[in-house]
Design a protein around this ligand. Structure first.
Ligand code: NAD
Ligand code: UDP
Ligand code: UDP
Length: 321
């Protein structure tokens, strides 16, 4: 992974799925980490193992309000990421992306911090270009049920680039593709956690649509490595840059893998496809390979085994829910 300095690092959304893995990685590297979270989808339990570390601090705070702290680096991850959660209060979702970005950019401007935005493959919408490259502008419905998330993230990217042009801010924008792993929220409705939870409980596996739509799943350790490499890349490398695993699967293939690895006899059941659900998604990671010397290492089968083990422990009470 890229080298980490001993700087003071702010991680917004640090108690969430990706944020807690990032905080763990940064703490292990010796950095001084301030984790800020409003605990909407994240939890203290996700960062409980870090609470005793002298270089870790946890603050309950909503990024839609100003934040005055002194830091050198900011990872801006605060935002619910699963459709179930971001559609629960869509106005708050847009505010989190847009007001949150303004506040964190204002903070970065005042303290001259480097700032990284956790953007998303959703900026490409339901894409006509396959695989998706960074210069593709996307096909996003501005008024649909996914728009609060997609357009909020697109506006955040706009703000990052305008602060960069207007105020010479040192920015980094990463477009994260579907990522999975331990500490995914068991009820957040994302496909990997849904299928594993259903398989382990012997419940029906819910396939939306005909199951022929595709996604490309990145294991969390690979993703975090990509984020840190981007943060530590030379000034002037702004992105946007895709980080994800290009191995593409249909949802039916994913369901079959989960059933095989869990040994479950759950049945597949078919539900209507949600509105604006993208048909296919696969990152072109040529840029990340050349600029960051990054590529994913963990195959889906290996990552699924780790994730299944986590959910088994969770349900056995060996990890707090
Ligand atoms: P998550 O829901 O587990 O984490 C988001 C965190 O942000 C949670 O801890 C939540 O409590 C916190 N949060 C939400 N609103 C907040 C607010 N207003 N103020 C402070 N904290 C707030 O999701 P995740 O998968 O860890 O996603 C982290 C980031 O990565 C998000 O910005 C998401 O959009 C982005 N991302 C994730 C994926 C993925 O597949 N996991 C894909 C693309 C982009
Ligand atoms: N801000 C913040 N922390 C800081 C500095 C600024 O949260 O340390 C917020 C503040 O709420 C402000 C926003 O960031 O509204 C944008 O700041 P900027 O300096 O770009 O704009 P202005 O203060 O002129 O609105
Ligand atoms: N999906 C599914 N069954 C589920 C949950 C999701 O078939 O129980 C599908 C969903 O329709 C989408 C894909 O899996 O086509 C990925 O969904 P997810 O919410 O994980 O991520 P996103 O759509 O944001 O990429």
């Amino acid at each position: 992974m890229g080298s980490v300095t001993n700087d003071r690092i702010l991680v917004t959304g640090g108690a969430g799925f990706l944020g807690s893995h990032l905080c763990g990685r940064l703490i292990a590297s010796g950095a001084d980490v301030l984790c800020v979270d409003n605990f909407f989808t994240g939890s203290k339990r996700n960062v409980a193992p870090l609470l005793g570390a002298p270089n870790f601090e946890l603050m309950r705070h909503d990024v839609t309000f100003p934040l005055y702290v002194e830091v050198d680096r900011i990872y801006n991850l605060a935002c619910p990421a699963s459709p179930v959660h971001y559609q629960y209060d869509p106005v708050q979702t847009t505010k989190t992306s847009v007001h949150g970005a303004i506040n964190m950019l204002g903070l970065a401007k005042r303290v001259k911090a480097r700032i990284l935005q956790a953007s998303t493959s959703e900026v490409y919408g339901d894409p006509e270009i396959h695989p998706q490259k960074e210069d593709y502008w996307g096909r996003v419905n501005p008024i649909g049920i996914r728009s609060c998330y997609d357009e909020g993230k697109r506006c955040a990217e706009t703000l990052f680039f305008d602060y960069h042009r207007q105020n010479a801010l040192d920015i980094k924008v990463v477009r994260i593709f579907n990522t999975y792993g331990p500490r995914m929220h068991p009820n957040d409705g994302r496909v990997v956690s849904n299928f594993i939870v259903q398989a382990l409980r012997g419940e029906d596996i819910t396939i939306f649509g005909d199951g022929q739509q595709t996604r490309s799943f990145c294991y969390v350790d690979d993703l975090i490595d990509g984020l840190v490499r981007m943060m530590e890349s030379p000034a002037g490398v702004t992105g946007p840059i895709n980080v994800g695993n290009p191995s593409e699967f249909t949802m039916l293939e994913l369901a079959e893998q989960v059933l095989r690895l869990t040994g479950s006899s759950s049945k597949l059941v078919f539900h209507p496809l949600p509105a604006d659900d993208p048909r296919q998604r696969q990152p072109d990671i040529t840029l990340a390979q050349s600029v960051l010397d990054w590529r994913p290492r963990v195959a889906l089968e290996d990552g699924l085994k780790e994730t299944i083990a986590y959910f088994k422990d969770l349900f056995a009470g060996r990890v707090d829910a």
